[in-house]
Design a protein. Structure first.
Length: 172
């Protein structure tokens, strides 16, 4: 079966068969579900987000982050995961989804995770913050982004510095 054919459930099974969470097959499926943008895709993503399996939760989050049409339904699920999840890679996925959805209502969750002990989570927060700050940029969110620009992890600091520059026109 082609990654663009079949039912949503069949496509999800194809994506779960890709051992690489950044694999091309997995992301081809996610792109197809984004193209479809239907309620069935959202419901399947929500089901995956409730799974006990980390890989399934990550796939559900990645799909949900691409279904901007359902942002009002996705944000409560993602905010719940942001507050309750323990796995750093799942939290990273939540933050990337927040960034893709670019909705300022996710800002409190992103600010909370910006102080996480794991650099991967802080990196996700650095990515998400610049997309959810709002216009004009929320001061607390901008302060969190500036703190991340001084992070001890070079990747986190670099991404956050770029976010500060893009958001403020270069003013730190």
């Amino acid at each position: 079966m082609s990654p663009t054919e079949g039912t949503v459930r069949c496509l999800v099974e194809v994506a779960l068969g890709d051992p690489d969470p950044d694999g091309p097959l997995r992301w081809e499926v996610i792109s197809e579900l984004r193209r479809r943008g239907d309620m069935e895709s959202f419901i399947e993503a929500r089901r995956l987000c409730a799974s006990d399996d980390v890989g399934e939760r990550m796939l559900g989050i990645d799909i949900m982050g691409m279904l901007g049409r359902f942002v009002d339904r996705a944000l409560p699920v993602l905010r719940y995961l942001a507050a309750s999840e323990e796995d750093a890679m799942v939290l990273y996925a939540v933050l990337i989804a927040f960034g893709h959805l670019a909705d300022p209502r996710s800002l409190p969750s992103v600010i909370d995770l910006a102080a996480h002990e794991d650099a991967r989570v802080r990196y996700g927060a650095a990515y998400a913050l610049q997309h959810v700050l709002g216009n004009p940029p929320d001061r607390a969110g901008l302060d969190a982004l500036r703190r991340l620009a001084a992070d001890g992890d070079a990747d986190v600091a670099g991404w956050a510095s770029l976010g500060v520059a893009l958001t403020t026109g270069g003013e730190f």
